[in-house]
Design a protein around this ligand. Structure first.
Ligand SMILES: C[S@@+](CC[C@H](N)C(=O)[O-])C[C@H]1O[C@@H](n2cnc3c(N)ncnc32)[C@H](O)[C@@H]1O
Length: 242
């Protein structure tokens, strides 16, 4: 089966990757967005926000709108980030008709297979940014640095459920397309365990593509300084110039 992770398994994400583990990352990413702004960060839009684990650490006084393409993910996110606005839609075509200080796209870009998709995501960010606003792209990897490998994780929730997973990233082809096999072991509170094998077809893009598309769209790259990388992902910070 393919990509059940973000549909039928949505309710397992708070167990698989507990929201409380995202506190440092959320603070770090907000700090990086702030670095590109000449005013305080008062609002941002997170595209592809999944079950809202990052968003759960954003202080109340910062306006945050959360977006995902999968309604099942947003249903869980509404419980994790109560009171926040959630918008279901494809980040390549989303149009809210509003502006934010920043737009964040974290750990989603590998789900966009073509350069046209990346350009569309950048365009979505652009139309949602106020003048001088910043876009923070965090691709998990780029073509120049991607490596095959294995990750694992999981957790035990207060409701009695437990979950463990292995994530097996295979060697990309010369164009950067690769397959990830997820194996999930999901234990219900009553002790029943199910195993799910989920296959994701992903894509990494060259760093130069991000640079070129951001410049073409009217962004200027901002050096994130010593914070160039986070959790193996790359921080690409860009400020709207026109
Ligand atoms: C790995 S998760 C991202 C996690 C989240 N950004 C975080 O940092 O915790 C990928 C998410 O991107 C969403 N997604 C994939 N393609 C999308 C698209 N075209 N538009 C909006 N969301 C998308 C998936 O539904 C999934 O929830």
């Amino acid at each position: 089966m393919s990509e059940q992770a973000y549909t039928s398994l949505a309710s397992w994400w708070p167990v698989l990757s507990p929201p409380q583990d995202y506190d440092e990352l959320a603070v770090l990413l907000m700090g990086v967005m702030q670095q590109g702004l000449t005013r305080p960060l008062k609002s941002f839009l997170e595209l592809g926000s999944a079950t809202g684990h990052l968003g759960s650490h954003v202080p109340e006084q910062i306006e945050l709108v959360l977006n995902d393409i999968q309604p099942e993910m947003l249903e869980i996110s509404r419980k994790i980030c109560p009171g926040r606005e959630h918008v279901c839609g494809d980040l390549r075509t989303l149009k809210l008709g509003r502006h934010f200080d920043a737009v964040l796209i974290h750990d989603v870009l590998m789900y966009l297979p073509t350069p046209q998709d990346i350009a569309a995501a950048i365009q979505t960010a652009k139309i949602h940014l106020a003048p001088g606003g910043v876009l923070l792209l965090v691709p998990d990897a780029v073509l120049e640095t991607v490596q095959p490998g294995i990750a694992q994780g999981g957790g035990d929730a207060a409701d009695g459920r437990s979950a463990r997973f292995i994530e097996w990233h295979h060697e990309p082809d010369i164009h950067g397309a690769f397959r990830v096999d997820f194996s999930f072991l999901l234990r219900e509170a009553n002790g029943e365990v199910q195993q799910v094998h989920d296959v994701h077809h992903l894509q990494v893009h060259p760093y130069g593509l991000y640079e070129a598309l951001l410049t073409q769209a009217g962004f200027e790259l901002v050096d994130p300084g010593e914070l160039a990388e986070v959790h193996g992902g790359l921080l690409i910070l860009a400020k709207l110039t026109d």
